[in-house]
Design a protein around this ligand. Structure first.
Ligand SMILES: Nc1ncnc2c1ncn2[C@@H]1O[C@H](COP(=O)(O)OP(=O)(O)OP(=O)(O)O)[C@@H](O)[C@H]1O
Ligand SMILES: [Mg+2]
Length: 144
């Protein structure tokens, strides 16, 4: 691993924007394109929003950890909570599946992460929490 950063913040919706921007700032060392940065931001936003909305109910003291690693031109992003966990990961990944239709969620968070990243891994157990690991190879700019 060439570089990494890790930070923790409480499960407050205001921190979704902070996490997204922090991950993008870390990725800046790879000199990414605007499109690549936008993809990363969107994926981080979905993962952190999930932790805020689904993991902890409304406990603002609960912590979310964001870790970003760089290896060559690959970036790996981990979003971890110690909340309720996911009982059926395959079901949760399914497009349009949401356990909170009453909140007008569309059930597209994991589908969006998969669309914008090369690989999305979900490690979760009920009562223990959830870790989402996402990877993306940032291809070099043309001529760069
Ligand atoms: N960190 C988490 N902790 C507990 N459950 C989770 C977590 N992340 C996702 N889930 C579960 O997986 C389901 C699917 O997540 P996904 O992000 O795809 O959809 P959503 O959050 O319900 O809707 P959307 O992201 O479109 O607003 C959620 O409804 C929830 O039940
Ligand atoms: Mg979601």
């Amino acid at each position: 691993m060439d570089n990494y950063m890790e930070l923790s913040f409480p499960s407050l919706s205001v921190n979704e924007g902070f996490a997204r921007t922090a991950a993008a700032a870390f990725a800046a060392q790879l000199d990414p394109t605007i499109d690549q940065l936008s993809d990363l931001r969107t994926a981080v936003s979905e993962a952190v929003t999930n932790a805020i909305i689904h993991a902890y109910g409304s406990d603002p003291a609960a912590l979310i950890t964001l870790r970003c690693e760089r290896e060559g031109r690959k970036i790996r992003i981990m979003v971890k909570d110690t909340g309720c966990g996911i009982a059926d990961i395959e079901l949760a990944r399914r497009p349009f599946y949401t356990s909170k239709p009453e909140l007008e969620r569309s059930g597209m968070g994991f589908a969006v992460m998969e669309a914008f990243m090369d690989r999305v891994e979900i490690d979760s157990a009920p009562g223990e929490g959830t870790t989402v690991v996402m990877e993306k190879e940032l291809e070099g700019r043309r001529g760069g």
